[in-house]
Write a protein that binds this ligand. Structure first.
Ligand code: NAP
Length: 308
C-alpha cells in the first residue's frame, strides 16, 4: 500500500465531528496531522487558528479538507492550492459557480487535485437507482426533501445568510443525486419562500424539465415536523421507483430492492485518495448550477418571520 496522505482539516464544527474524524480514523490512506479552526479543536494533533499558520508550521501536509461554511471557503482553498496541497471541498463546494471554476483552473495550474465532494451521491442505493432508471422509460420524477431546520441546523446563522443557501443546503444533496441518476435537466420555474427576517429561503417549489421533455418537480421544506422525508420518486414503465432516506433505500412498486448501511464519508475519502494518487480532479458543478438557476429564475415569496 502507498504511504498515507498527510492531511489537515479546516473548520472544525458539526460535520467534522460527526463524519470526517471517524472516516479518517478508519482509513489507512490518510494520516490526520493538523487542524485549523478559530474555536474548534481536534484532540491529539497540533491545532492552529487558521489555514495560513497551519501550512506555515506543518509544511509536510499534502492535502486539506475544507469544512467551514461555503461563504468562507474560497480564500482557504486558494491558499491551499497555491501551496500545492490537494483540496477536498465539503458540499456545497463554494458560494458561487464562478469561484469554484476559478479553483478548478488553479488546481490544474498547480498540479494538484481538487475534489468537490457530494456525500449524498455516495449513499448506498444511489447506484442501484441509476442502474434501474437507465434501463426504464421514465414518465415523470419528483423530489420531496422535507426536514425540520430546528432539529438539524439549530442556531447556524451562516445558513440563513446570503451564500448560506437556506433550504437549498439540504436541497443540494437531492440535486447531487438527481444529476447523477436522471437525464440532464434544467429549471423552468421556481418559487422561493423567504421568511421576512432572513436572507435565505425556508422552502422552495421548483419545476424542471429534462432535455427529452420529462417533468421533474422538487419540493423543499425546512419546517417539516414529525416524519422527515428525503425521497426521490420516478414513475416508469418498469414500476414506481422510490429512492428514500436520502438515497439509502430503493423500492420498486413497494418492494425493497436495495437497503444497505450508509458509508458516505468513508466512500468520499476513498474517492479523494483515488484522485490524489492518479493526479486527477473531480469537480462536478451541476448541483451548484441548479441552485444558482433557482435563485436566478425563482420568484421571491416573502412569508412570516422564522426564529430558531
Ligand atoms: P458548522 O458546525 O456551523 O461550521 C463548521 C465550522 O466552520 C464552524 O464550527 C467554524 O469553526 C468554522 N468557520 C470558519 N469560518 C466561519 C465563519 N465565518 N462562520 C461560521 N463558521 C465558520 O457547520 P457544519 O454543519 O459543520 O457545516 C459545514 C459544511 O459542511 C457546510 O457546507 C454544510 O453544508 C456541510 N455539511 C454539513 C452537514 C451537517 O449535517 N451538519 C452534513 C453534510 C455537509 P470555528 O469557529 O472553530 O472557526
Amino acid at each position: 500500500m502507498s504511504q498515507p496522505i498527510k492531511i489537515g482539516i479546516v473548520g472544525v464544527g458539526k460535520i467534522v465531528r460527526d463524519q470526517h474524524l471517524p472516516a479518517l480514523a478508519k482509513d489507512q490512506n490518510y494520516r490526520l496531522i493538523a487542524a485549523a479552526s478559530r474555536h474548534g479543536k481536534v484532540d491529539d494533533i497540533p491545532n492552529f487558528p487558521d489555514i495560513e499558520s497551519m501550512l506555515d508550521a506543518v509544511p509536510e501536509l499534502e492535502a486539506v479538507a475544507l469544512c467551514m461554511p461555503p461563504q468562507f471557503r474560497y480564500d482557504a482553498a486558494r491558499t491551499a492550492l497555491e501551496a500545492k496541497k490537494h483540496v477536498f471541498l465539503e458540499k456545497p463546494p463554494g458560494a458561487t459557480v464562478s469561484e469554484v471554476e476559478d479553483l478548478k483552473a488553479l488546481a490544474v495550474k498547480n498540479g494538484v487535485s481538487l475534489f468537490a465532494s457530494w456525500h449524498s451521491r455516495y449513499a448506498p442505493a444511489v447506484e442501484a437507482a441509476r442502474t434501474f432508471l437507465s434501463s426504464a422509460r421514465i414518465n415523470s420524477a419528483a423530489i420531496n426533501w422535507k426536514e425540520d431546520v430546528r432539529r438539524w441546523h439549530p442556531n447556524q446563522e451562516w445558513i440563513w445568510a446570503p451564500g448560506g443557501f437556506g433550504v437549498f443546503d439540504p436541497g443540494i444533496n437531492a440535486l447531487s443525486i438527481v444529476t447523477h441518476i436522471l437525464p440532464a435537466l434544467f429549471i423552468t420555474s421556481a418559487v422561493l419562500d423567504f421568511p421576512e427576517n432572513r436572507d435565505a429561503p425556508v422552502a422552495a417549489h421548483v419545476a424542471f424539465r429534462t432535455s427529452n421533455g420529462l417533468p421533474v418537480t422538487m419540493e423543499l421544506d425546512w419546517l417539516q415536523t414529525g416524519p422527515q422525508s428525503w425521497d426521490i420518486l420516478a414513475d416508469t414503465d418498469k414500476g414506481a421507483m422510490v429512492l428514500s432516506g436520502g438515497g439509502s433505500k430503493l423500492a420498486v412498486d413497494g418492494r425493497v430492492v436495495h437497503d444497505e448501511p450508509e458509508a458516505e464519508y468513508p466512500m468520499l475519502y476513498k474517492r479523494f485518495a483515488e484522485i490524489v494518487r492518479s493526479g486527477a480532479s473531480d469537480v462536478d458543478l451541476a448541483p451548484l448550477q441548479h441552485v444558482a438557476d433557482a435563485f436566478m429564475l425563482g420568484k421571491r415569496n416573502v412569508i412570516e418571520a422564522f426564529f430558531d
